[in-house]
Ligand binder design. Sequence first.
Ligand SMILES: [Zn+2]
Ligand SMILES: [Zn+2]
Length: 201
Amino acid sequence: MHTPRHARSVAELEESEVEAVATALHARRQAASAEGFAYVQVVLNEGRVAGSSLPHSHSQLFWLREPPPAVLEELPMLEPGRCGVCDVLREEHLEIALRGDVVALAAPAGRAPYEVVLAPSRHAAEPDEEDLVDAALLLRDAIRRLRAAEGPVPLNAWLHTGGHWHIELVPRLTVFAGLELGAGIYVNSLPPEEAAQRLRA
Ligand SMILES: [Zn+2]
Ligand SMILES: [Zn+2]
């Protein structure tokens, strides 16, 4: 639970509440590491369509013995010098907002309309506590911008670490069907430049 108050979205949280969530997240990540877990998968689901089991704003941490397949798939392209996240950060025209060292950009090849990537501008594998606070506040900002553009949309977000750490935010305005799930081909009718412009507004 992100707050004892009844909040349905991270967008509704106070700054102090977001900071408390990020600080707790950092502590849980360290505790998992101390207990020998190689990876902590952090996920945020909002809305029933996005798989949220509770209407009250919350996130989930899965302590894993090894990094999950989606993270392993990204690792080869996350080395300094040939890093996919560093490449995304160079697309300055897609920038939406920044906080501290963390930047939010419209994903250049988003699977869904308004997909957003949040990442530190310098290549770093793991976020420290300050990074997590900045990233969480920037995520709240991105969700607020999304709601201003489209209303309270269901969404998924998750943290990826180990290469160039980042958060992926995927609004669930479209339904993934046979082509998406069977072929891995995502039809997204909103160009990233347009998404960036609407989210900046
Ligand atoms: Zn990088
Ligand atoms: Zn990722």
